[in-house]
Design a protein around this ligand. Sequence first.
Ligand SMILES: *Cc1c(COP(=O)(O)O)cnc(C)c1O
Length: 395
Amino acid sequence: MIALSQRSQNVTPSSTLAITAKINAMIADGIDVVKFGAGEPDFDTPDYIKAAAIAALDAGLTKYTPVPGTPELREAVADKFKRDNGLDYAPSQVIVSCGAKHTIYNILQAICDPGDEVIFAAPYWVSYPEQVKLAGAIPRVIDTTPAQNFCMTPEQIEAAISPNTKAVLINSPSNPTGTTYDVETLKQIAEIIVKHQVYLISDEIYEALLYDGATHVSPASFNEATKAITFVVNGVSKAYSMTGWRIGYTAGPEDAIQAMSRIQSHSTSNPTSIAQKAAVAALTQPQDAVEEMRQAFEERRDVICQRFDEIDGVSYVKPQGAFYIFPDFSEHYGRKLDGKKIGGSMDITDYLLNSAGVGVVPGDGFGADNHLRLSFATSLTEINRGLDRIKTALQ
Ligand SMILES: *Cc1c(COP(=O)(O)O)cnc(C)c1O
């Protein structure tokens, strides 16, 4: 057999894929499964955004665009950063890529050399460690606890920084925990990062989905010194329910943005021309649809929390943003359920799927085996049906 690259062999397949395949196979067999696995909003893309894409097609905008995005979209992104985050960027400091996942990939490719280290928290988004490794760098994972709201402390970050550190990656609001950093902590972290002159990658993809009246603050807005070393990552997937359109973007230091553009020019080139037009509409039109979806998520968050309060042996941190809850099920580990011993998040995921007809995502893939991730990007009816089943299954 001809050998595959070390690089490809070092990539762990997405842990969520196996379980998703299994859930879908069961549904195809006619089995009733309540799904909490979705990593995307369940709403359709708002009509005015779709209309912009249709108009782009009719206008024949079906050709290559400039690699880092159309001038119109880069301008719209710069305007968005000004309007929502109080950040001044020239369009030349903005690059649009094929989803924020691709944005982070390009950042890591542009800044990391072999042996460099990138610091981020566990529980983490599944792609962070793999993308760091694909850039030849080393993940430096900081374990966080529910008691610290799943946020890295400034002390933990300072202790983890070494001469090899290239960047610190922060995701607030977080997937999979739904937690957010408070501004004071973020300020202290930013100070440390500035002191050590490493990059800050701030994944703000869930910015628009915050609850209890909270407002989002980007660390880049603290001061010029922080802004100079920060990549503010965002995109249209989560705020506008546009996951399939594949538009993400970042603003950051101009030399790095140019490096990312060079890399993108030899891989994907521009993101889809039509999707770019849709993203312009999303960012520049009135934002009422975003607020409507946010309110629906907040109501669902409240219901899923209430329902978990009724279940013994499961604790959770109340999500402050995004559309995930990440409860600790470990009190049930060691039990024998349906004749099988529950050893960890994989086992309890299997048990809930096979015995209760509930599809969740094991915490293992997020670096937190005591936990399960449930997405509440589903209807209140489904949330109630699913939580009824979990309650019964654990009794
Ligand atoms: C969904 C998600 C992204 C990126 O999504 P795209 O669809 O690629 O824009 C980035 N970070 C986190 C934490 C996410 O959950």
